[in-house]
Design a protein around this ligand. Structure first.
Ligand code: ADP
Ligand code: MG
Length: 729
């Protein structure tokens, strides 16, 4: 028997004080224990000889391959450090295209050739491992004879110790590739895109700043999530199996009072957050802000920004940590974008920027905006990159679960546009009207110097924009709460790299024709500003008027994942990825296949779960109540009352019957469509069947099921209701 709603509620009401307790007892200040579980720069210095340390650092910075000798030294230092910290195992930790993290644990323990037990971990084990590659989606990249996948160490992200219960494992961030070196994970393309952007930016940065020798991509994510009691979670098979509620009537008290945003954090949740923060800090994840979100039971966590690769590893790690720590508190974290229909959805804003190793944020006007042609250069090029590749940006956030945000009338829309704020809009207008001589550069810079405070102007404006300039960075708001940020970040880095390469060529060609460089830069920027106008939008992105206007401007509006994903495999996209060295044609096509497959598997699981819910919970409850009403009617009549006195029973029986019959018919219909999709060999066609034939039927079933929930006696309804999930803490 499954856990019914009533057991679940009982369990919560009887929770003991200990369920509310904190598990972590930090000693001292955060700065005392920040990063204790990370093999960071400090531990490397402590555990490596100076020579070895310097070679590792040099290799990390240049991206060069480490010699076997140095790898051995690092491995030995890591092992000593990890064992001193109580670790018994090590694991290569990686991010396959499933979207979850994976790891293969091995013990340090082994037997030497004399049969003696020893602890061993060498450069070979650090550098490469062979997990069972065939269990990770490769989109057809592997033929069976080369089914192996390899993980390879990424020295640019520090190893860390992950604690599960009493067990401690040394986790080594790695990439996952096929036997012939093709990417099967998120990290390798991300690293390549970062290199592409660095290579494209550096020569341009050096026009302005001779000192800079590196360009770094920075990311600060904001993770939204829901939190509910585990007893309620376990009593909802749909949450358990699909991460979202497939049916459920909205609570009468919803978001309309808007009293939750920044409301006080309930005590149990606070306990969870506190433990989570401590664990994060021990792992070097610099989380800082925590607050309630718009939806009831919804919260957000955000760190300080970091170098993009590390920031993404930290976000993945955080998502795992959240789950583990919530369980300690008898809570469950819901990372799905839309766990509850009609309630605010969860996103993961990606704040993206580029900086130099000399500490300059290239998207910040800085203290002397009047001297900052560099800022204008990177700013305009970002707008231009998104203008040129908006459909690819949309594709990068496409997923079945994110369709509930982007495709529905909710934040943000499926149409990609860029918000730049009034100040920058005015500057764009002036540039467009002006000339581009050497003197005009001074005029433009003078305009920039009068920028009041860009951060003030932009930070809190226009929450509806999918891609917004927020003073010193762009905020990509389309990313879904459970997505790996690598997808969108890889695309953004790649299109920016391509854009900057094109820009440099154009400027150089003006210079070779005798134009002074700053004037040449302004000439090209002015041209971009004129060309890219249609991507700029400052108004309400949720309005119908915008949808119409966007169509007039010819902007893409891909509401569903199968349609949106198409941008990945257009000939121009393949060329783009190949030119920038991020994906080969084979890799991007494989990635596309995996995404389509993920889409239709998600919908397949959802629709069969819905069918089960209807058959096992909804219909039996409805019929039981219907029978009770019918016998009430009979008894009333026997007692001498006429039809007038049994109107409620009669009408309700009719209403229930209508819903039951409708659900019955719709389930048949859904079944047929699923079968048809199942027979379809082409993944796109299968995905489209799920999208256009299965999903709409699921929505209809939901309407009938929710009406039954409203009609049926509360005592008969075994599925936990929205009001309980939203408001019982
Ligand atoms: P919001 O107003 O959207 O809620 P928050 O203040 O919660 O924004 O978060 C802003 C995020 O932007 C933080 O994660 C922060 O680290 C990040 N951020 C700030 N500066 C940069 C930068 N230069 N590059 C990348 N991210 C940045
Ligand atoms: Mg934000």
């Amino acid at each position: 028997m499954s856990i019914s709603r009533f057991n679940a509620i009982d369990t919560i009401l009887n929770r003991h004080e200990t369920d509310m307790a904190y598990f972590e007892t930090p000693t001292g200040l955060v700065s005392d224990y920040f990063g204790v579980n990370v093999f960071n720069d400090e531990s490397m210095q402590q555990y490596l000889t100076e020579d070895a340390y310097l070679s590792v650092k040099a290799a990390i910075q240049s991206g060069a391959k480490l010699s076997r000798e140095v790898a051995d030294l690092v491995a030995s230092a890591m092992k000593t450090w990890a064992m001193e910290h109580g670790a018994s195992h090590y694991a290569h930790w990686f991010q396959p295209w499933t979207g979850k993290t994976a790891e293969k644990h091995d013990s340090f323990f082994t037997l030497n050739h004399q049969g003696k037990a020893i602890e061993e971990f060498g450069g070979k084990e650090l550098a490469q491992q062979e997990p069972d590659g065939s269990s990770f989606p490769g989109g057809g990249l592997r033929s069976t004879f080369e089914a192996r996948g390899y993980t390879a160490w990424d020295p640019s992200s520090p190893a860390f110790i992950f604690e599960v219960g009493e067990g401690k494992t040394l986790c080594i961030p790695t990439i996952l590739v096929t036997y012939s070196g093709e990417a099967m994970d998120f990290k390798l393309p991300l690293l390549k895109s970062q290199t592409a952007l660095e290579d494209a930016s550096l020569p341009i940065v050096n026009w302005f700043d001779k000192e800079a020798t590196r360009v770094i991509v920075t990311l600060g994510w904001e993770q939204e999530y829901f939190l509910i009691d585990e007893a309620l979670f376990n009593a909802r098979p749909d949450l358990l199996l699909t991460g979202r509620t497939l049916i459920g009537k909205l609570a009468t008290k919803g978001q309309q009072l808007e009293d939750h945003y920044f409301g006080s954090i309930p005590e149990r949740v606070f306990g969870f957050m506190r433990d989570l923060e401590i664990e994060c800090h021990k792992l070097g994840i610099p989380v800082r802000t925590r607050h309630n979100e718009v939806g009831p039971a919804q919260y957000e966590l955000a760190p300080m920004f970091e170098e993009v690769n590390v920031a993404i590893d930290h976000n993945r790690l955080l998502m795992d940590l959240m789950d583990r720590i919530a369980r300690r508190h008898h809570l469950r974290v819901l990372l799905h974008e839309k766990p509850f229909a009609g309630v605010n959805c969860s996103g993961k804003h990606n704040n993206w920027s580029v900086a130099t190793n000399t500490g300059k944020n290239l998207l910040s006007p800085g203290e002397h905006p009047g001297k900052n042609l560099r800022f204008l250069t990177f700013f305009v090029n970002t707008v231009m990159a998104v203008y040129q590749h908006s459909d690819l940006v949309r594709a990068s956030v496409a997923a079945a679960s994110n369709d509930h945000r982007l495709g529905a009338n909710e934040a943000p829309p499926a149409i990609v546009s860029v918000f730049i704020g009034t100040v920058m809009t005015n500057i764009f207008r002036q540039i467009e009207k002006g000339e581009t001589t050497k003197e005009d550069v001074k005029v433009v810079l003078d305009l920039l110097s009068k920028i009041p405070d860009l951060e003030m102007d932009n930070t809190d404006r226009n929450r509806t924009s999918p891609f917004a300039f927020t003073g010193n960075k762009f905020e990509v708001r389309m990313v879904g709460s459970q997505q790996n940020c690598s997808g969108p970040m890889t695309v953004l880095n790649t299109i920016m790299a391509a854009q900057l390469n094109a820009f440099r060529k154009e400027v150089d060609s003006h210079v070779s024709e005798g134009k002074e460089r700053d004037a040449a830069i302004l000439t090209v920027l002015k041209d971009y500003i004129t060309q890219s106008k249609s991507i700029l939008f400052e108004g309400d992105n949720y309005s119908e008027a915008w949808e119409k206007e966007a169509a007039k401007r010819n902007l893409g509006n891909f509401k569903t994942t199968p349609e949106a994903l198409g941008a990945y495999v257009l000939p121009e996209t393949i060329r783009l990825f190949e030119t920038e060295g991020v994906f080969t044609e084979k890799e991007i096509k494989a990635f596309y296949e995996v995404q389509l497959h993920k889409y239709h598997t998600t919908l397949e699981i959802e629709s069969s779960t819905l069918e089960e819910l209807c058959m096992n919970f909804v219909l039996p409850a409805a019929m039981d109540y219907q029978t009770r009403l019918a016998s009430n009617k009979v008894q009333m009549k026997e007692a001498g009352f006429d039809n007038k006195h049994v109107e409620f029973s009669t009408d309700t029986i009719k209403r229930i019957s209508k819903n039951i019959n409708a659900i019955h018919g719709l389930i048949e219909e859904m079944h047929k469509a699923r079968l048809q999709a199942h027979k379809e060999a082409d993944s796109l066609k299968a995905a489209l069947i799920y999208c256009h034939e299965v999903k709409p039927v699921m929505d209809q079933i939901r309407l009938h099921a929710d009406d039954l929930e409203l009609t049926v006696d509360d005592r008969d309804w075994a599925l936990v209701k929205y009001r309980e999930m939203m408001y019982i803490r």
